[in-house]
Design a protein around this ligand. Structure first.
Ligand code: GLN
Length: 197
């Protein structure tokens, strides 16, 4: 069975590993470059994007991650992971770098102080069976998308909060925290389709 890695330098990687395992996938926490070898997919979890950026650089993971993404490895980024996949960030911390690959501009901590965290039910293109319950925690939103990017879900205020561009999927919210695993199921389907092709 194809093995899916979860970047495990900071953030809620354990929750992603447990959801993916529950879906029947082989999983692997990724903390060193060698652990990227042979993966069929990669999850970039939520946490703090500035910390994830610093740690991936100090663990020697930045270059191998860039190579893996450039070579078309299917990847799913949630919240801070969405920021890591974004080509452009508004309100980035000084010196903050992303991996990029996803032709979007995200606004970090976009929803502002009064709604640091909130939950909402969202229609999600390509996911059947009713709205997806979404948990937002100091979440980014997607402010601008390039021509190859599909918006899959919007917040109640109308901001793009789930996007896909070929093998890259990203959500502003945290489906690993809700017990509803349909977003991970969608990513698992992307991984399996890629493995077949
Ligand atoms: N605000 C965080 C960041 O900028 C993201 C929060 C999250 O991942 N829950 O990275």
């Amino acid at each position: 069975s194809p093995e899916v890695g979860v970047l495990a330098v900071q953030g809620d990687f354990r929750e992603h590993l447990s959801v993916l395992t529950g879906l029947g996938l082989a999983t692997r926490p990724v903390r060193r470059p060698a652990e990227l070898e042979g993966l069929a997919g990669l999850v970039l979890p939520g946490g703090e994007s500035t910390t994830i950026d610093k740690l991936t650089r100090s663990f020697g993971l930045r270059e191998p991650l860039l190579q893996a993404l450039r070579s078309g490895l299917p990847a799913y980024g949630s919240c801070a992971g969405m920021i890591m996949l974004a080509d452009r960030v508004v309100d980035a911390a000084p010196g903050q770098q992303t991996l990029g690959g996803l032709d979007v501009t995200v606004r970090r901590n976009a929803f502002g102080r009064q709604v640091d965290s909130f939950e909402a039910d969202l229609d999600f293109a390509g996911i059947e069976g009713g709205p997806v319950h979404a948990v937002f925690i100091r979440a980014p939103w997607v402010e601008q998308v390039g021509p190859g990017v599909q918006v899959l879900a919007r917040s109640p205020q109308g901001h793009a909060v789930a996007v896909r561009q070929e093998n890259l999927l990203a959500t502003s919210f945290h489906p690993e925290l809700t017990g509803d695993h349909r977003v991970h199921h969608l990513f698992a389907a992307m991984v399996r389709e890629n493995v077949r092709s």
